[in-house]
Write a protein of this length. Structure first.
Ligand code: ASP
Length: 453
């Protein structure tokens, strides 16, 4: 009888080669609680390598442009060939992949979701390979298609969202025998069409499965020993985080921590499933635990996240505070123009709206500014590009006096001007806007102040 139930999800680098898949199998087989395995598509094997998902996207684009798909299909098959061959599995798996690709390209049923169906092939093929390999080692393992698993999603190609009814369906997977290998990154609409999650979305599948089967633990295997308190490309060997809360992880991954897709944790979070981030290459290390609550032993700040690529629209109008509906009207213009915003700090006579750069291409900017001027009769409106956001995150912040003053001191020490401050309403985070070229010195100075003293 199984006592605990774990969902183990393996990311792209963990399944990039046959050797890695052998490590994955050892990890899965070393703990009988690891009943559910969710996999990504093979990722990069070395710097400059191409992810299998990107190859499938290239294949789809070649097809849509009327070019031959053979060259890229051959490269894809080559990649799978070396994996299948080194694992000693039959070649039949390769012709299966080829046949499925041709079916997706030719079959009318894929007319509306062809690209999604192709993109999902990386995960789907790998799940079949891994379950085949576990069987070849003499274990009871099964490939489970997300449709059979019960993962029902919205009809949004490339950015599907899970529907609530999935969780109940997934629960019945607990009764199945053996190790269940489920491909990440996609589900099916109610009508039965395959839809993918946003890029990096295998984490989302892992989290959905963990919530659905009510796992005791969701293990997310990747290529780092733990989550670090700051981006290791800015600070060498930063402090490792042993335990953090869901809210902290969500805030950190939103602002540039690339460990997780930033929406990925929500299903696990809502179902209160503890999450552990571990390294496939060092499974004996404890990794980082993500839990609902933690004791406040680490000081008020647990991590510093940062990301570039923001724009700010600044508007000012005398007596704005008295004008009923000003904020709503401003945001309504953005809704009209299909622009989503990230933050909106405001003052008495002015307000800024912070947007991701990709939401406001230059050609849209002119029109938006004109509309704001004419429709809202503002005194000034200006746009500032090349902004970076730095976020300090920690559950302890709301009960500690002086965090903001220490943070601003760090900016002053680094001689960096703060363009904007926004204290998240949750009080788990505080956000600072700076010019992109000042991001590094500012983060270094914050790290020194909060983590090295
Ligand atoms: N294979 C997908 C991607 O490259 C999803 C994932 O790996 O999580 O985005």
């Amino acid at each position: 009888m199984v006592i605990g139930m774990k969902v183990a999800k393996f990311g792209g680098s963990s399944v990039a080669t046959a050797d890695m898949l052998k490590k994955v199998s050892r990890i899965v087989l070393s703990d009988p609680d690891r009943k559910f395995v969710v996999v990504s598509a093979p990722g990069k094997r070395f710097d400059g390598d191409v992810k299998v998902t990107d190859m499938f996207i290239e294949l789809g684009e070649s097809f849509l442009n009327g070019q031959s798909v053979e060259p890229v299909l051959n490269r894809i098959i080559d990649r799978f060939h070396s994996i299948v061959h080194e694992l000693g599995l039959p070649d039949g798996l390769l012709s299966e992949i080829k046949d499925s690709v041709w079916a997706i390209l030719k079959d009318d049923q894929y007319k509306s979701n062809r690209l999604d169906a192709l993109k999902a092939m990386g995960e789907d093929s790998l799940a079949k390979i891994l379950s085949g390999y576990l069987q070849s080692l003499g274990h009871q393992a099964h490939y489970v298609n997300p449709k059979d698993a019960g993962i029902i999603v919205s009809n949004e190609p490339g950015s599907a969202q899970v529907l609530e009814e999935s969780f109940e369906r997934l629960y019945s997977l607990r009764n199945r025998d053996g190790i269940l290998v489920i491909p990440g990154f996609f589900g099916y609409t109610k009508e039965g069409n395959l839809m993918t999650f946003p890029r990096g979305g295998s984490d989302i599948t892992g989290s959905i499965v963990a919530a659905g089967v009510r796992a005791d633990l969701y293990e997310n295997f990747t290529d780092v020993d733990s989550v670090y308190c700051v981006n290791p490309s800015i600070i060498k060997k930063p402090k490792e985080i042993k335990t953090l809360t869901y809210r902290e992880m969500r805030e950190l991954s939103y602002a540039g921590f690339s460990v997780f897709h930033d929406e990925a944790l929500i299903p696990a979070f809502q179902a209160k499933i503890p999450v552990c981030i571990k390294n496939t290459n060092h499974p004996e290390k404890p990794g980082t635990m993500i839990v609902a609550e933690r004791d406040a032993t680490n000081g008020p700040v647990i991590g510093i996240a940062s990301d570039t690529g923001f724009v700010s629209i600044y508007v000012s109008k005398y007596l704005m505070n008295r004008e009923l509906g000003f904020g709503k009207n401003l945001l309504e213009i953005l809704v009209d123009e299909h622009i989503s915003f990230e933050h909106a700090p405001s003052g008495i006579d002015d307000m800024s709206v912070i947007i991701r750069e990709n939401q406001l291409p230059e050609e849209k900017e002119e029109r938006v500014i004109k509309r704001i001027k004419e429709e809202l009769k503002v005194d000034t409106v200006s746009v500032e590009r090349n902004l970076a956001m730095i976020m300090i995150v920690g559950e302890g912040m709301n009960s500690t006096i002086g965090v903001a003053s220490r943070a601003t001191e760090a900016f002053a020490r680094a001689n960096v001007n703060i363009e904007m401050i926004n204290q998240g309403s949750s009080e788990v985070s505080m956000m600072f806007g700076v010019k992109s070229d000042k991001l590094e010195p500012a983060v270094k100075s914050l790290y020194e102040l909060f983590f090295q003293n």
